[in-house]
Ligand binder design. Sequence first.
Ligand SMILES: *Cc1c(COP(=O)(O)O)cnc(C)c1O
Length: 399
Amino acid sequence: MDYNVNKDGFYGIYGGAYIPEILYKTVKDLEAAYLPIIESEDFKREYHNLLKDYVGRPSPLYYASRMSEKYGCKLYLKREDLNHTGAHKINNALGQILLARKMGKTRIIAETGAGQHGVATATACALMNMPCTVYMGALDVKRQHVNVERMKMLGATVHPVESGNKTLKDATNEAIRDWCCHPEDTFYIIGSTVGPHPYPDMVARLQSVISEEIKWQLQEKTGRDYPDYIMACVGGGSNAAGTIYHYLNDERVKIILGEAGGLGIDTDKTAASMQIGTTGILHGSRIKLMQTKDGQIVEPYSISAGLDYPGTGPLHCNLYQTGRAQVIAANDDEALRAAFELTRMEGIIPALESAHALALLPKVAQQFKPEDVVVLTVSGRGDKDLDTYLSHQNEVNNV
Ligand SMILES: *Cc1c(COP(=O)(O)O)cnc(C)c1O
């Protein structure tokens, strides 16, 4: 079984490029250009120099000895939290801006929810001296004020979106509208493995530096270049895609993905779109999404702003549907508890999103044998979530 994208842009029944006619040529041009550029020696050199000296890669693969003991395995944490700008998103933003430049584009747009992808894109644009417009739901602009200020300081124009529920889905709609008006000169930097083909594959490839490093780092540390289990959290799916990329077709490696349960997958306050969603088309791709019987999007909910997207990318939907990956929900309270646990046991304050992967450890530990190697990606750091952590400190520590 091949879990990579096929030549038509599909992963099983998921994926494709369902786009308005006005974007057809733009998306086809990108589809024709992305592989030759990404695989060219010129691009690789420039990209890897930036990853090394600007982002600070390789990110460490850290053996977490206290957590290993607790969960009865050999647990290694892939430290994407140590990247410049605080998460894995910069890997993708830098890759796409290099691609945009090589395609002769002169203007960058992006959507953002929590603001992490907006900050990564604004950073890449400052570095490359390109004008940058970021669409962000008006509610998120209020909730994520510090990231809005960071983007502005970096020189980006932040455009609050007042339509719909004023969150990520609405920001994405608005970015697509902008793209439709300026298809010639504008490059749309999508922040996750979502959107029309070739975006999910392009973003997965740009993030695949994560598993490329895991391979040689594991070889160095354990004498074997693959783990028994690999774990990551999933919003749209980019950090997970990068983490599992080189192991997709290697069935020796079991994949465990954490999606946001919110208040519980049996409540209407959840973002667990793979488990409770139905097949439909959103933002140019056929995926599993949270929708009514009439196909109207149901607003997702998670304590973590980076995970409350109403769908999941097509690669992951297929992994779930085929049984290649175990997909498990972590609820708000479980993620909070996991974040405090990592902080107190290893001295690492993770992003709330990453805590949704950590929160699966107690749920799957009974599968582990003591000699099993488990790699879990810490997708980002928790500075941005400090207010949330502080306001829940008492309830977490009282259980
Ligand atoms: C955006 C974000 C996520 C979720 O996005 P994916 O595309 O699923 O990786 C996870 N962790 C952090 C730290 C993020 O900023």
